[in-house]
Every structure is written in C-alpha cells, then in structure tokens.
Design a protein around this ligand. Sequence first.
Ligand code: DI6
Ligand code: FE
Length: 403
Amino acid sequence: MTHSNDAVQMEQRWTNARLATMADDGLGLIDNGVVIAKAGRIVYAGPAEGAPPAATAFIDCEGRLITPGLIDCHTHLVHGGNRANEWAMRLEGATYEEIARAGGGIVSTMRATREASEDALVASALPRLDALIAEGVTTIEIKSGYGLSTDDELKMLNAARALGEHRNIRVEPTFLGAHALPPEYKGDSDGYIDLVCKEMIPAAAPLATAVDAFCEGIGFSPDQCTRVIETAKAHGLAVKLHAEQLSALHGSALAALHGALSADHLEHATDDDVRAMAAAGTVAVLLPGAYYFMRETKLPPVDAMRRHGTRIALATDNNPGTSPTTSLLLMLNMGATLFGLTVVEALRGVTVNAAAALGLSNEIGALEAGKACDLAIWNVTDPAELVYRIGFNPLHQRIKDGQ
Ligand code: DI6
Ligand code: FE
C-alpha cells in the first residue's frame, strides 16, 4: 500500500499539450497529447485517449507545444576571457589569420584559460550556460581545447563537469587537446600529438566521454587525427572530429571510417564524405553561428546529406573566436535561413539527431517511454515558430529529469 502510494506520488503528468515527439522521421506531432513521467523518466508520451488514467494531479499545458529538451551538441563553453577586441580589429580590416599570426586567435584564449582557475572558468561560463538553459537546453556538450597542457586540459574538463553540478543540466565533456598547437611545441606538431596520445588522453579518459580533434590545415593533419582517434578508442572513448571547416582534408570520411559519433562544420565536405558518414551513422553537426560570424560563403552540402540520408544536427559551437553565440534558437533560424534546412530538419537537429551526435540516442532527444523526462514547453503551437523568430525566446517552462 505504501509502495503504491509512493508510485502514485511520483507520477507527473502534463496534459492538453501539442507534442513534437521526434519519433520516426518527422516531428511526430500529436495534438491533445499527454506526457507522463515517473522518477524522472517518461513512461508515456502520446494521445490523451491512449493514456493510462490519471493517478494524481496533472499540469494543464493549455495547448502549448512540448518538444524534447534542446541539446547543444557542440560547444566550447568553458574558456578564459573573450575576443571582442580581435573582432573589433577584424571590423577594421584585419583577417582571422593575421590576428592569429600576431599572437591572437586560439592562442590568446589559451593564455587566458591557462591563467584562470577552475572556479574562475566555471564562474565565467555560468552566464553562458544560463542563457542556453533559458532557451530550454537540457543537455550540453562542452569541449576542452584551450588549455593545451595536460593540467590545463584537465582543469577545463573539471570545470565542465562542475557546471553540471551547479545547474540542473546534463553535461557531456569532450577532450579536445588536439585543437591547436601550443607555442611551446611550435614546429613540432608530431611531438604535441605524442603528448596528447601518451599523456593527455589517458589522464582525460575518466573525465570525458569523447575525444575530438581539429582536422584542418591550421589544425592537425588526417594522419595526426588518426593517431588521436585510435588512442581515444583504445581508452574506450567515443570520437568526433572538427572537419572540413576551412578546407577539404576529408576528415569527415576519416571520422566515418572510425565510426565517429559526428563530424562537425563540414562546409567543404564532398559527396563522398557525406555518403561515408551516412553509411557509418556519423552525424553531420552543422554550425551556422561560425559560418555567419566568419562570413563564410561555402555552404555545407545539405542536398547531398539529404540524398545519402546523413543525419543532420545543429549546434552553437559557442566559442570566443568564431561563434560567440549562446542561442540555440538563433541556430535554428540560421540553419534554416543560411543552410536551407526545413523546420523538421532544424528541430530534429537540436533534439533527436543532437542526441545521436552525443551517443545518447537511447537516453534523450525524443518524447518516448524510457527516455529521460527532459521537456521544453513553449508558448507556441506551431513548431515553425521556433525556427521563424529571430532573437525571441518563447520558452514557457523547462523540465530536466522530471524537475
Ligand atoms: N573551429 C572553430 O571554429 C573554433 N575551433 C575550431 O576548431 C575556433 C576557436 C577559436 O578561434 O578560438
Ligand atoms: Fe568547435
């Protein structure tokens, strides 16, 4: 008796909602839908007619749209300082490359990150995290990659994990030691990759769920990234790759070959690259904020992705150099306006496909029995409104694990 009373009390029920479940291929829209959760997990998401009878009080959503809690599957949210000054220089005519050569760029953020304590990194990231949370984000991936020494990379990963304790959000930390060459290894990028593989990955393995690398002319070569990927896999970590952002090194095909969760950016990806990704189930994470802020003109091959059935996700890429945005809703709009994504593609990109990009398809990203009860309840009824508006946040309520 006590037991069943407990069970009754634990049930939560949201009724009179329009659900975008993300089940199957589309938005999975259900009018007059109900979500029932117990102990933080969805036990029912579907039409009111099919729902088990209410055992206890419920929340009337008054017709509002419920989507899965949003997932930002690619961020560099933890970093020291910002680069507003460099951006001002760019507006005066300097290029990203000129600024980088003059000691700015990633290395200036590295310096600020090395100087910051773990607590200071957490404190500076919290307002950015809160901005995402205010838009209904319930899971965020956070990369290291501005420490570029073993201790500073571990400090970043610990800061990322601490953020998940300061707020009711799931944090997935990714180790990105192979993001840039630290000045002390100038001219010896293979030596730095040795450090990444022999010292950093073993030390980071208990703190991170995945390993990422910047496969790029100004980053690391496909051969160097292969070493990083193989080491990561030997430590039981998932892999992903920054690929084809500025040039076509076919890092995305390399990622697919190694069964990576995702390859990210992809403006310069070829038809063969995205076909390989589709075959391997590697998610294409598109980052319209970086495309926009860098005034890129080469578009990612979205049509080829559609043709081959490559899953597409969208993320902020929040970072101080190329994508200083903390709005995933804005990425929905930019994914549509800049990259030509449909409403269905954009919304699946920040839910079910973003979950896949994190290897969490069984856990989050859809309104389905068995998944975490992560909900975003919106003051809209038409899902297109979430993609349509620019700089407007219609979130009514955010629920993480039923809370
Ligand atoms: N690609 C990017 O756009 C950022 N990192 C990466 O691998 C750039 C990061 C920065 O400029 O600080
Ligand atoms: Fe990035």
